[in-house]
Design a protein around this ligand. Sequence first.
Ligand code: ADP
Length: 361
Amino acid sequence: MPSVKVLYIDDEPSNLDSFNASFRRLYEVFVARSAEEGSRVLETTPIHVIVSDQRMPGITGVEFFKSIKEKYPDPVRILLTGYTDVQVLADAINHGDIYHYIAKPWNSLDLQQSIANAYEAYSAKVALKDKVESLQRSNDELNRFVYSISHELRAPLTSAKGIINLIKLEDLYHSSGNYWELMESCIKDLDDYIHNILDYYKNSRLDAQTEKIDFASLLYKLIELHKNADPGGAFIRFNTDVVQEVGYCGDKFRVELILGNLISNAIRYQNPLESQQWIDVKISVFSEYVLISVADNGIGIEKKYQDRIYTQFFRAQTEKGTGLGLFIVKEVLTKLNGTITLESEPGKGSRFQVTLPNNCG
Ligand code: ADP
């Protein structure tokens, strides 16, 4: 066993002497006659196991353990106590203040076994903490890597979109069959994909911010944005109904992300055979929450897929979309304590309803 540092606290000098005599060859022993002395040792030495007597003048062993728990969470704590302190012991164990107790007067074999077990528990705890930290670091690096790659990929895509717009301006868009149209649609898919990755990254990294949101102007902006981004957008009738008599405070980036995804899906999954395609968006703001409903008369979603649409990369229609949008929406809703429900019938349409808390109060 590597050098195990054990701190023993007892106000009885004879107990300290016998502890020293029994264990100094096995462990690096530190002794203290009071809780204050024990705290001073902890300030300068990385102790692995603390053994403390329960009955000491001024402070009990359990009170001492409680007082150091936050500052020194790693050392494992063993209490030495008489049989009379059963209630104190039960409380201390139930609250996680002590790892183990030994009845007094202690027997050195029992105590040695307890210290060995406590050290094992200490090592496991520290190893787990190191693993979690290292996993967090790799996760952060991976996230940063994905973020910068996604960011870099957007620049050439933006140029390609610009070139397509020039082709449209020069009336060459239909000059070579539907090749430009196909290219534009591929660029849009790639751009959507990258957008989704960036949104996912931002949602996982950024803390929720609270600011005032005016739903009427936000909705207008999002409808224009998504209608213009989709070639089918121009043929859809949008019906909007925003009732906002009280202020709404929430995370604008995330509210926009949710609403934007629902609107773009309602556009993307329209029924091409429908002569009058429509999308209804209703937003009602209450003092406690906002209710958002986005309904369409599109292709709908089969019952068997309705629970799965929120999972990563799931697409009910294989040829369209990234399968990431609703997954990210669900993640965002978890962060904001919101809810989402769906009613849908294939061939008739879908209605998504979202609630989000209003944080103005
Ligand atoms: P995608 O990028 O594929 O649209 P989403 O996660 O946003 O990813 O949606 C998952 C799947 O749910 C879609 O592939 C589609 O099959 C289905 N879906 C989502 N919204 C609608 C809708 N309004 N109408 C019909 N199907 C929808």
